[in-house]
Design a binder for this molecule. Structure first.
Ligand SMILES: Nc1ncnc2c1ncn2[C@@H]1O[C@H](COP(=O)(O)OP(=O)(O)OP(=O)(O)O)[C@@H](O)[C@H]1O
Ligand SMILES: [Mg+2]
Length: 238
């Protein structure tokens, strides 16, 4: 393990009406301890997962639009509003790693095309010439290594269920030598064995069991009784 925890430095004069302190999970954040190499951030849309992950990426020195410490490129609104308020505790400190976010992956792929020598780290082929999911998995297969921290924001956005299972296998292969913090809505990814799951639906953030996540409960109910769930959803819509 490398990143042991994060702490919010609550400066004077911050406004709880403005982003990012307007988000309840951030307003109530004091300290988060990571207890293993695989941590998931889970919670409703808008609950603050990306905000926190981006702040961590910022403090790791990674480009907050996605990439590692070597990637510098321009993307709109990629500044982290939270980063400078976070203190990270490391043991040992590492600087290798990667921040991946689905929304800016396209710009990241374009940025890589300007550095052909680095394409060998991504399967030797421009990420634009691979499908969204292929490019994502290329990145995981070729770029992920040891002694590193990987911050992934909804990696499932591009991945079929089968490829999500491939990602689980990649994480398993690296788990003892790399750390992963992953914001996700995927009930498949969340099922990784013995992972720490942090729930952003409560403020302050607290740990939750896999089977208690809304993602697990709703997906399970839907798959087990699709007709009943659909009936409820359509009736409530009227
Ligand atoms: N740059 C910004 N300026 C102002 N508000 C923002 C900014 N970025 C996000 N927000 C707001 O902060 C809240 C949390 O956003 P965030 O992206 O962290 O949520 P999330 O948990 O990652 O959601 P999702 O599951 O949809 O990705 C949202 O209400 C969002 O509208
Ligand atoms: Mg998000």
């Amino acid at each position: 393990m490398f990143l042991r925890g994060i702490e919010l430095l609550r400066r004077e004069g911050i406004s709880y009406k403005e982003y990012p302190y307007s988000i309840p999970t951030i307003a109530h954040l004091s300290r988060v301890e990571f207890r293993g190499n695989v941590t998931f951030l889970v919670g409703e849309n808008g609950s603050g997962k990306s905000t926190l992950l981006e702040g961590i990426a910022d403090q790791c020195g990674f480009h907050t639009a996605g990439g590692s410490k070597h990637n510098r490129y321009e993307v709109d609104a990629a500044e982290s509003a939270l980063g400078e308020h976070l203190r990270l505790s490391w043991l040992p400190k590492i600087t290798n790693g990667f921040f991946l976010r689905a929304e800016t992956f396209y710009q990241f792929a374009s940025h890589l095309n300007t550095m052909p020598e680095s394409l060998r780290y991504y399967g030797g082929r421009s990420l634009h010439k691979q499908s969204h999911g292929e490019a994502f998995l290329s990145l995981f297969v070729h770029r992920f290594g040891k002694k590193a921290i990987y911050l992934l924001d909804e990696p499932e956005a591009a991945l079929s269920p089968a490829r999500q299972l491939s990602l689980l296998r990649i994480i398993k292969e690296l788990e003892h030598e790399a750390q992963f913090i992953i914001a996700t809505h995927s009930p498949i990814l969340l099922g990784y064995p013995d992972a720490q799951i942090l729930n952003f639906d409560s403020a302050p953030i607290e740990e939750i069991r896999y089977e208690d996540t809304l993602h697990y409960v709703l997906t399970r109910r839907f798959l087990e009784n699709r007709a009943a769930v659909l009936r409820e959803v359509f009736e409530n819509d009227e």
